[in-house]
Design a protein around this ligand. Structure first.
Ligand SMILES: [Zn+2]
Ligand SMILES: [Zn+2]
Length: 260
């Protein structure tokens, strides 16, 4: 990765997601799914400060991506970018004011100083869900795409032109099937608009490796229905079986900032 492009997951999984990206002196967050205090603490462990963040982007309205957004939006002035559908859901369930939102279309391009941020639609059971491609044009192109029940054509088209990507590897099928979740929740997770299984994540890794992606991080792992070793093994095996031996593949920690 280019030296002036730095990416860290701050925390990852169903208990909260947030991603920090710096390119030159441009700094953004994608999602803030834990309290403002937790986001601030995580940022401070990587030497960063919430008051230096130029913009926050929100992938979708689920709490594990938005828990910190209302308080951050009241205490800081950076713009909060989201789709219209995500804004409506946050207005309904929080005391946020519409004036704090900067709405973008589901498929849109936003420029924040040195960064070009491009949204695309993801298959998830939350209206207005998007993934983002973040790039310094001509230098580095990065994609973040979690909370996807299946591998859509649109996702692949967007992610395959990236140098590095973060994708979801949410659950091991056997662990989900035999695990403690109630039936309806198992059905929701395994649906095409739920979350991505390790098997599908491994498939997606191969498709992306085949398209030239060199660096992949697996994120949003379920605490109850997955293990980092299982997710990693599934992807590595699939990559090796298909002849891809040079892919840099890692797993985001649930609680501790993890450098991409
Ligand atoms: Zn999520
Ligand atoms: Zn979600």
């Amino acid at each position: 990765m280019k030296d002036n492009f730095e990416i860290h997951t701050l925390f990852s999984g169903s208990s909260g997601n947030s991603l920090f990206i710096r390119a030159g002196d441009t700094k953004i967050l994608i999602d803030a799914g834990k309290s403002m205090r937790t986001v601030k603490t995580a940022l401070s462990t990587i030497g960063e400060d919430l008051c230096k963040i130029d913009a926050v982007f929100v992938t979708h309205a689920h709490t594990d991506h938005t828990a910190g957004i209302p308080v951050i939006s009241r205490n800081y002035t950076m713009p909060i970018y989201l789709t219209d559908q995500t804004a409506s859901q946050l207005l309904e369930k929080t005391s946020m004011e519409h004036s704090r939102f900067t709405v973008h279309k589901e498929r849109d391009i936003v420029e924040i100083k040195d960064l070009k941020i491009h949204s695309f639609v993801t298959p998830h059971d939350c209206n207005g869900s998007v993934g983002y491609i973040i790039e310094i044009p001509g230098e580095y192109r990065f994609g973040i795409c979690t909370d996807t029940g299946c591998i859509s054509k649109e996702m692949v088209n967007e992610l395959c032109f990236c140098d590095g990507v973060i994708i979801e590897s949410n659950y091991d099928e056997k662990m989900l099937k035999e695990g403690p979740y109630p039936y309806y929740l198992k059905q929701r997770i395994a649906a095409n608009t739920g979350h991505l299984s390790n098997t599908k994540a491994a498939q997606l890794c191969c498709m992306l490796a085949n398209a030239g992606v060199k660096k992949i991080m697996l994120a949003h792992l379920s605490k109850e229905n997955n293990l980092p070793e299982l997710a990693l093994k599934k992807c590595c095996n699939a990559l090796y079986e298909n002849g891809f031996f040079d892919i840099d593949i890692t797993v985001a920690d649930r609680f501790v900032p993890t450098r991409f």
